[in-house]
Design a protein around this ligand. Structure first.
Ligand code: LLP
Length: 416
């Protein structure tokens, strides 16, 4: 079962909340990202309920879906933001998020980005190397401020997930190595414009087994003890994101309490406020891509193709991670066929599904590519001269256009 139940069939037509998807296609065209506001909020509330016993602050990792309306929907409920660049910081601030509810990550922040974060007054800058700490101190001293910093530790825990989204292993670029901690702690003593306020980690994404979090949290707790021993007053204990969602409706939905039950007893009573940075967990199942079947074809081997008007330019995850995304016909049919669902981009990796059983929909009908809310629109591109699609948000019966479709003129606007 998918983690959110806000896309379902009513009288044979797929709906988002109370709105029929074919009506949205008629009004806004395709391809179209459709986001359920109630799904976002339900996932956030489930997350909050699971961790309620622990003093904590949840910062939505906006890289999953940084549309202003998505950020706002979560911020309205009290959620903070985790940003990874000046651009994401700009988005969070533009959405109206208070700077003291924003934390900034990023292994390669430029001095300009550090300056932007410091002058905005973000809650924490998360640093990942000795050189970056020196850069933060330099910029802070130029601005005459003391920077509140969390250090991201590389806990050397290899979580089982796709190799492109594991980040807590010491062979990866992320975080500060255990062996460097001595030097890092001395730096905080020497450099007057740095204040060590937090410890941080992020071990990867789509991690199903809570034991990886347990192992990494234990390492972070060991660092907390060393830091306290040296006299540092650590307030924030950031466990990162990575909480999984179910992409395959045949599998059970994620029970986030399995993670909370393990983590709460480890962190409570330690005199810190935990930070969590869920991205996918909040956003993935809140959106789908509505796409129209342009053509159907069958080759000499009998293989069937649905050629649709969305592609890897809107959702690159199948090409990049071989990820599973459920594809449903918007209007139900009695008969199904086994087919590939492919896009218009000239790459063989431009597919949503391969050899999947799909309702026998005709050319001109609509398909929906589910679980496209996280790392979908944000990873979209103009490759092949494609226009980024429009996006709408549904809340009950209300529909709001939250991003206009790009135009040809926008494709060339920055070129001279
Ligand atoms: N915090 C940090 C520091 C991160 O780097 C990330 C994701 C998150 C939080 C949120 O992780 P989540 O809760 O969403 O798993 N494009 C890939 C995922 C890349 C994740 C990058 N970092 C995908 O489509 O699967």
């Amino acid at each position: 079962m998918l983690d959110s139940h806000f896309f379902s069939y009513t009288d044979g037509t797929l709906c988002c909340e109370s709105v029929m998807l074919n009506e949205l296609a008629a009004q806004f065209g395709t391809p179209l990202f459709v986001t359920s506001r109630q799904s976002l909020l339900a996932q956030y509330l489930a997350f909050e309920a699971a961790f309620t016993a622990l003093p904590h602050f949840t910062c939505y990792s906006v890289k999953a879906n940084y549309n202003l309306a998505v950020i706002r929907a979560l911020a309205d409920e009290g959620c903070g933001c985790d940003v990874n660049s000046g651009g994401e910081l700009y988005r969070a601030l533009t959405a109206g998020v208070a700077p003291e509810k924003i934390i900034m990550a990023g292994i390669g922040k430029s001095e300009a980005e550090i300056e932007y974060a410091l002058t905005s007054g973000v809650l924490l800058l998360k640093a990942e190397s000795v050189s970056e700490l020196k850069a933060i101190d330099r910029v802070a001293s130029r601005l005459g401020v003391v920077a509140s910093v969390a250090i991201r530790i590389n806990p050397n825990v290899t979580a089982e997930t796709h190799p492109y989204i594991t980040t807590g292993d010491s062979k990866e670029k992320f975080g500060i190595d255990e062996a460097e901690l001595g030097e890092v702690f001395s730096l905080f003593r020497e450099l007057p414009n740095l204040s060590l306020q937090g410890l941080d980690m992020h071990i990867g994404s789509q991690i199903f087994d809570p034991e990886y979090y347990v192992a990494a949290t234990q390492k972070l707790l060991d660092v907390l003890e060393s830091a306290r021993h040296l006299g540092f007053d650590i307030k924030w204990f950031d466990v990162g994101g990575g909480f999984p969602v179910t992409y395959d409706p045949q599998k059970p939905a994620t029970d986030i309490t399995r993670f909370a039950e393990k983590l709460i007893p480890m962190i409570e009573g330690k005199g810190v406020t935990a930070i969590f940075e869920p991205g996918r967990f909040l956003a993935a199942n809140a959106s789908l891509i509505l796409t129209r079947i342009l053509y159907r074809k069958r080759n000499h081997t009998g293989k069937e193709f649905f050629i649709v008007d969305a592609g890897m330019t809107e959702l690159i995850r199948p090409a990049l991670y071989h990820s599973h995304h459920e594809v449903l016909a918007v209007t139900r049919h009695d008969r199904s066929i086994v087919a590939d669902v492919v896009g218009p981009v000239c790459e063989s990796s431009d597919f949503f599904a391969r050899q999947r059983s799909i309702d026998d929909a005709a050319e001109g009908e609509l398909l929906a590519v589910l679980s496209s809310g996280a790392y979908g629109a944000v990873m979209s591109s103009n490759y092949n001269g494609r226009l980024r699609p429009a996006e709408v948000m549904v809340d009950g019966r209300k529909v709001t256009l939250i991003r206009r479709r790009e135009s040809y003129a926008q494709l060339v606007q920055n070129e001279v």
